[in-house]
Write a protein that binds this ligand. Structure first.
Ligand SMILES: NC(=O)c1ccc[n+]([C@@H]2O[C@H](COP(=O)([O-])OP(=O)(O)OC[C@H]3O[C@@H](n4cnc5c(N)ncnc54)[C@H](OP(=O)(O)O)[C@@H]3O)[C@@H](O)[C@H]2O)c1
Length: 252
């Protein structure tokens, strides 16, 4: 067994243990970071700058740790490319497209997201660079193939829904609009459902504990936001179907 595996597992367990309290706090409606309708605490940061700053550690940490390990392997290289595709878009493209220019987010959100992205990238980099021991046959293993399919499906849903929301916002500046069509007919937040699916696909294709931790944390972060957003739609739009799910059609 790799000498570093027990300490990586311990660090990952500690990280996972923090997710349920975060989920409970947000579901209970306490909003220290201003993600579910509250204002959060601390000075305000311009939204585009905030997105760029908080996503940068996610973009950089895993690839840098992997590269500095010197332990390049085919599976690690493929996974880094997948990671860079997601976080390249999220860090270098998305912040400049979020159209509500001039709005701000609380510093607490920036600080928490920085920490979250740094730890996530750090654990995955540690795993991929210093612990992972895949054979090249892993790329045809059913877990890798199924995980890749789930990750792509989640990413497609996430990007499609995010850009549909952005187009709606541009078409009706300053207003909250009820999104319609496609996956929006089945759930309030297909963008967040897609993100969750994407990272469960990543956990499956890497078959890694840090990957699973990231997927669990994504649920803790995004599920309360989806419920909040669905409740907003219920309150604001009389024609919003009462039984429409937040994230999982017909279930939740
Ligand atoms: N992996 C993770 O843990 C994690 C954490 C956070 C975010 N993310 C990802 O980052 C992306 C953005 O997240 P988010 O929470 O900001 O998504 P969001 O709440 O759906 O908002 C995305 C953008 O669309 C606008 N928007 C949303 N609903 C709208 C509506 N009904 N009418 C008009 N405009 C609307 C928002 O405006 P407002 O700003 O005015 O609401 C914002 O500009 C998503 O893809 C998400 O999955 C991932």
């Amino acid at each position: 067994m790799n000498d570093l595996l027990p300490s990586l597992n311990l660090a990952t367990w500690i990280w996972i243990a923090l997710a349920p309290p975060a989920f409970i706090v947000l579901m209970a409606g306490w909003d220290p970071v201003g993600r579910i309708g509250g204002r959060g605490f601390g000075m305000r940061v311009e939204i585009r700058l905030a997105w760029f700053i908080v996503e940068l550690p996610a973009l950089a940490t895993f690839p840098l740790i992997y590269a500095s390990s010197g332990n390049f392997h085919l599976v690690g290289n493929v996974v880094v490319v997948l990671w860079l595709a997601h976080y390249g878009h999220r860090t270098l493209v998305w912040p400049w497209l979020v159209p509500n220019k001039g709005t701000t987010v609380p510093f607490t959100m920036v600080a928490m997201a920085l920490f979250f992205n740094g730890v996530t990238g750090g654990l995955i980099g540690w795993f991929m660079g210093y612990v992972a021991d895949y054979g090249e046959s892993w790329l045809s293993d059913p877990r890798f193939v199924a995980g890749l399919a789930v990750m792509f499906a989640g990413a497609a849903l996430n990007v499609w829904a995010d850009y549909r929301l952005l187009r709606l916002r541009k078409a009706s500046p300053g207003q909250r609009v009820l999104p319609r069509g496609g996956a929006f007919e089945y759930m309030a937040c297909p963008n967040l459902a897609g993100e969750i699916l994407e990272w469960f696909g990543f956990a499956l294709l890497t078959w890694s504990f840090p990957g699973l931790a990231f997927a669990i944390w994504t649920v803790a972060n995004l599920a309360p936001r989806a419920v909040w957003r669905r409740n907003q739609y219920r309150e604001s739009f009389a024609d919003f179907p009462k039984g429409r799910a937040a994230l999982i059609p017909k279930v939740w």
